[in-house]
Design a binder for this molecule. Structure first.
Ligand SMILES: Cc1cc2nc3c(=O)[nH]c(=O)nc-3n(C[C@H](O)[C@H](O)[C@H](O)COP(=O)(O)OP(=O)(O)OC[C@H]3O[C@@H](n4cnc5c(N)ncnc54)[C@H](O)[C@@H]3O)c2cc1C
Length: 592
C-alpha cells in the first residue's frame, strides 16, 4: 500500500468508491476526518474519505497551530480537557509526530505585584505535572529585568515580572496532509474535491452517500456500512439529510455548531525583538505571539460568524483589534504596513444555549448518532484530534457490531496511540545525519533541518526527486525559501490538485510573503502543470483565480466589519461562478 496521494491514487480511490462497499465512509478531510480515517483503517476496517475542498481547507489550516493543554481551560477548571490534551501533546512530541510537533516557549508577563505570581506559578506547576511524563522543559520565573532581557521588545511598564512556560506547535495543514497519507498507507481510499451531496438510506439505515466529483463533474454513489461526518463548521441543523428528506430533518436533536471566527496576523520576526513566544491576557481571552520560522503569528479573535462557513473573512476591525492588543505591550508599535499575512478560520464549537459568548463555549467534542449507520462529530480542538477520531470510530464500531454482518468479525480497539504518522519512523536517525545529508545533496544544513521539520524521514523522497531532476533543488522564486521540489512533492505525494492547495496549505507562502504569494504563483503553477498535466489555459486560470482570491482577501481586510468583509469574498466567489470557472476552482457556498 502506498502513502503517495498522487493523481493516480485519487483516480483509483474514486473508482473504488464507486465499486466497493466500505465499512466506514468519512466525510470531511480536516484533522478530525483524516484522524478518523487513520483510526478506522488501522483497526482493519475498509475506509473511504471524501473532502469537498482540500485536506485542511477548513479550520484545520487556520488554527493558532498550538498543540497545547490550554491554560485558559485550566483557569475555567476544565481539568479533564487539559489533562487529556497534555497527554496527547506528549504522545505527538515523542511518538506520533516528532518531526512535525516541537516545543515552544511562552513568556507570560505578570502585571500585578502581589497575588499574580503565586496564582500563575501554581497554575503552571499544575500544567507542568498534569500531562504525566515530561516532554517539554519546566516553567521558569523571571524578574522584570530578566524578562525584559528575554523580550527586549516589551515596554518596561507592561510587566512587573514574568513566567516562561512551554507548550508545543506544529504546522496544522501539514499535519493533516501527513494524516491523510498515513490513512492511505493503511489502505484507505482518499479523495479531495469530492463533496457529499446527500446520505443514502436503506431499510431505515444510512447506507452510504451520494457525492459529486468536482474535478470530473460526475456523481458517485458510495456504499458504506457506516458514515461518519466530520464536517466542522459545516455541520448544523441544515446539514445534509438522507435523500428525499429536507435538510436537518434526519434528527431534530442533531448537533448544532456555532461557528466562532478566529483571526491571526503574521509579521516579520525582526519587527519584535524577543527570544520567546508571548501569552498575555485580554479582557475575554488571551493573546498569543507565536514564533513561526522567520515570522511571528499573532492571534487571535473569537467572535460569532453567522455567514457562509466556506468564506470566513478577516475585517479591518479584527486586524485593528489584534494590533491594539499587541501594541499595548510593545515599545515599537506595529502598523498595518508590517503585516505580511492574515488568516481567518472558524472554530466548530457545539452550540449550548443562545446567551453564551463564543469565548465561553466548551472546547469538548460531542458525537451524535442521529440514525443507524451515521455518526456526527463536532467541537473539540486540534490537539485532541486522536481522541476525537477514536471516539468517533468507537461509535461507528458499536453500530457495526449491532449489524452483525461485517466480514472480519468484531472491530478492534483503537491502535492510533502506537501508529506514527507518515515521516515519523526514521526521523531521529535522519536528524542525526543532517550534516551528511546536506553534504550529499549540496543543500545548506539549515535547509535540510527545515525540510526534516516538514517531511521527517520522507525527506529521502524529496532528495531522490532532486537527484533525478536537479532543477527541483532550486528555490521557488518569490516563495521566501521553499524549494521547487516541495511543490512537486505536494502534487505527487500530498494530494494537492489546485494552486491554492500548494501556496496556502502544503506550503504557507500565502501568509508568509508580503505579496501573499502573487510572485510565486506562476512559478508554482508551471511546476504543478508538469506533474498534473495542466494545459496552458488551465495553468493560467489557476493563477488568475489565485490572484483574484488574494485581491479579494486584501480588500476584505480594509472593510470595517464582518458583513462588509464577507460581501467582498462572496462577490468574488459569485464572480468565479459567473465567469464559468469549474466548480473545483471556486469557493463553494454553504452546503451542509
Ligand atoms: C482561529 C482558530 C485557532 C485555533 N487554535 C487552536 C490551537 O492552537 N490548538 C488547538 O488544539 N485547536 C485550535 N483550534 C481548533 C481546531 O483548529 C479545530 O477544532 C479543528 O481544526 C477542527 O477540525 P475539523 O476536522 O473538525 O474541522 P475542519 O478542519 O473545518 O474540517 C471540516 C472539513 O469538512 C469538509 N466538508 C464540509 N462539508 C463537506 C461535504 N459535504 N462533503 C465533503 N467534505 C465536506 C470541509 O471542506 C472541511 O475541510 C483553533 C481553531 C480556530 C478557528
Amino acid at each position: 500500500m502506498t502513502s503517495a496521494l498522487s493523481p493516480a491514487h485519487r483516480a483509483s480511490s474514486v473508482s473504488r468508491m464507486a465499486a466497493e462497499t466500505f465499512d466506514v465512509l468519512v466525510v470531511g478531510g480536516g484533522v478530525t476526518g483524516t484522524g478518523a480515517a487513520v483510526d478506522a483503517a488501522t483497526r482493519g476496517l475498509s475506509v473511504a474519505l471524501i473532502e469537498a475542498r482540500d485536506y485542511a481547507a477548513g479550520a484545520s489550516s487556520k488554527s493558532s497551530k498550538l498543540i497545547h493543554g490550554g491554560l485558559r481551560y485550566l483557569e475555567m477548571l476544565d481539568f479533564g480537557l487539559v489533562r487529556e490534551a497534555l497527554r496527547e501533546r506528549r504522545l505527538l512530541l515523542t511518538r506520533l509526530a516528532p518531526h512535525l510537533v516541537k516545543p515552544v516557549p511562552f513568556l507570560w508577563p505578570l502585571t500585578r505585584r502581589v497575588r499574580e505570581r503565586p496564582y500563575v506559578g501554581a497554575g503552571l506547576l499544575l500544567y507542568d505535572t498534569m500531562g504525566g511524563r515530561r516532554a517539554v522543559p519546566r516553567a521558569r520565573h523571571f524578574s522584570r529585568d530578566a524578562a525584559l532581557k528575554l523580550a527586549p521588545a516589551l515596554r518596561p511598564d507592561a510587566l512587573v515580572g514574568g513566567v516562561q512556560f512551554y507548550d508545543a506547535q506544529e504546522d496544522d495543514a501539514r499535519m493533516v496532509a501527513c494524516l491523510a497519507r498515513t490513512a492511505a498507507a493503511h489502505g484507505a481510499a482518499m479523495a479531495t474535491r469530492v463533496e457529499m451531496t446527500s446520505l443514502v438510506t436503506q431499510c431505515g439505515r444510512v447506507a452510504g452517500a451520494t457525492a459529486r466529483d468536482l474535478l470530473a463533474g460526475t456523481d458517485i454513489e458510495i456504499t458504506a456500512r457506516h458514515v461518519v461526518q466530520a464536517t466542522g463548521a459545516w455541520t448544523g441543523a441544515d446539514s445534509v439529510a438522507p435523500a428525499g428528506q429536507p435538510a436537518g430533518a434526519a434528527d431534530p436533536h442533531a448537533l448544532r455548531v456555532r461557528p466562532s471566527k478566529g483571526v491571526h496576523i503574521v509579521v516579520p520576526r525582526e519587527r519584535i525583538a524577543m527570544d520567546t513566544g508571548l501569552l498575555a491576557r485580554t479582557e475575554k481571552s488571551v493573546l498569543f505571539v507565536i514564533p513561526w520560522g522567520r515570522h511571528w503569528v499573532i492571534g487571535d479573535t473569537d467572535t460569532e460568524w453567522p455567514f457562509d462557513p466556506g468564506l470566513p473573512a478577516a475585517s479591518r476591525a479584527d486586524i485593528d483589534y489584534l494590533l491594539a492588543k499587541v501594541n499595548g505591550l510593545l515599545r515599537e508599535p506595529l502598523t498595518a504596513d508590517d503585516i505580511e499575512g492574515v488568516f481567518a478560520g472558524l472554530r466548530p464549537l457545539v452550540a449550548a444555549g443562545a446567551a453564551k459568548d463564543t469565548t465561553k463555549l466548551s472546547r469538548e467534542h460531542s458525537i451524535r448518532s442521529p440514525s443507524p449507520g451515521l455518526s456526527v462529530i463536532a467541537g473539540g480542538k486540534y490537539t485532541t484530534y486522536r481522541v476525537m477520531a477514536r471516539d468517533l470510530v468507537d461509535a461507528a464500531a458499536r453500530d457495526l457490531s449491532s449489524l452483525g454482518q461485517r466480514p472480519g468479525g468484531p472491530v478492534q480497539a483503537s491502535r492510533t496511540e502506537h501508529v506514527p504518522l507518515a515521516g515519523a519512523a526514521g526521523y531521529d536517525q535522519m536528524w542525526a545525519s543532517r550534516a551528511s545529508i546536506a553534504e550529499q545533496t549540496g543543500l545548506a544544513v539549515a535547509q535540510v533541518e527545515r525540510l526534516l521539520g516538514r517531511y521527517g524521514a520522507d525527506v529521502a523522497l524529496l532528495t531522490e526527486a532532486m537527484a533525478a531532476r536537479p532543477e527541483l533543488a532550486a528555490p521557488l522564486p518569490g516563495s521566501g525559501g521553499y524549494l521547487a521540489a516541495e511543490v512537486a512533492f505536494a502534487c505527487t505525494h500530498e494530494g494537492a490538485v489546485g494552486l491554492d492547495d500548494v501556496l496556502t496549505r502544503r506550503t504557507r507562502i500565502t501568509i508568509e510573503t508580503r505579496d501573499r504569494g502573487a510572485a510565486a504563483a506562476p512559478h508554482a503553477a508551471a511546476l504543478m502543470a508538469g506533474v498534473l498535466g495542466w494545459d496552458e489555459a488551465r495553468t493560467a486560470a489557476e493563477v488568475a483565480r489565485y490572484l483574484e482570491r488574494i485581491a479579494a482577501e486584501l480588500e476584505a481586510e480594509t472593510m470595517p466589519d464582518d458583513l462588509s468583509a464577507y460581501r467582498v469574498l462572496a462577490r468574488t466567489s459569485e464572480h468565479g461562478r459567473a465567469s464559468g470557472l469549474s466548480a473545483e476552482r471556486r469557493p463553494r457556498s454553504r452546503s451542509m
